[in-house]
Design a protein around this ligand. Structure first.
Ligand code: ADP
Length: 189
């Protein structure tokens, strides 16, 4: 497995966060999740958290400007020099362009873009189950539907941005966590 600058893309509930965590720890590189960073800002009650809270709770995206800023700041930290697993960023074509520009400037382009896929009915069921366990503010049915719509409208178009090149692999994520992990390893080998 040689790729170290890896992007995971996929709809809410597809398991990006779980797989990003496992992959990052296997490779000894950081998992960089804008969702985690934004939730931490909300929990800390920072000015950024205040701006993000309502958007997250209603299933809307936080502005490109804010998210690009926090992602670039995190990517420029020393532990990301050896590589990273990106989870939840980029999420719009504008974010993808900003990321490409940043990485090209550093001479370290993305190596792989893994697209995780599963049927929407399965995703909604998983998120409703997670709502009972974790109590995330955005895991209620109305917000889940909105997040799916936002994914289709704003995030799915960015796949065209990467599909032109040869870094994209599609992963069937409608399976157990261990099985999906195996498929990701295979796609990276
Ligand atoms: P999901 O399970 O919906 O993929 P995430 O934890 O990645 O959840 O993100 C939760 C919320 O945080 C999103 O619905 C959005 O409001 C905000 N967010 C996270 N990443 C981004 C991003 N790259 N651009 C804009 N908003 C983001």
């Amino acid at each position: 497995m040689s790729a170290r600058r890896i992007l995971l893309v996929g709809p809410p509930g597809v398991g990006k966060g779980t797989q990003a965590e496992r992959l990052a720890s296997r490779l000894g590189i950081p998992k960089i999740s804008t969702g985690d960073m934004l939730r931490a800002a909300v929990a800390a009650g920072s000015a950024l958290g205040e701006r993000a809270r309502e958007l997250i709770e209603s299933g809307e995206l936080v502005s490109d400007e804010i998210v690009i800023g926090i992602a670039q700041a995190r990517l420029s930290e020393p532990d990301a020099r050896l590589g990273f697993v990106l989870d939840g960023f980029p999420r719009t074509p504008a974010q993808a362009e900003a990321l490409d520009g940043y990485l090209a400037g550093a001479g370290t382009p993305l190596e792989r873009c893994l697209v995780l896929e599963a049927p929407e009915a399965e995703l909604v069921e998983r998120l409703l189950k997670r709502a009972q366990i974790e109590g995330r503010a955005d895991d209620n049915e109305a917000t889940i539907r909105r997040r799916m719509q936002v994914y289709r409208d704003q995030t799915a178009p960015l796949l065209a941005h990467y599909r032109g090149g040869s870094i994209v692999a599609e992963i069937d994520a409608d399976s157990t966590i261990d099985e999906v992990e195996k498929r990701i390893d295979e796609a990276l080998s």
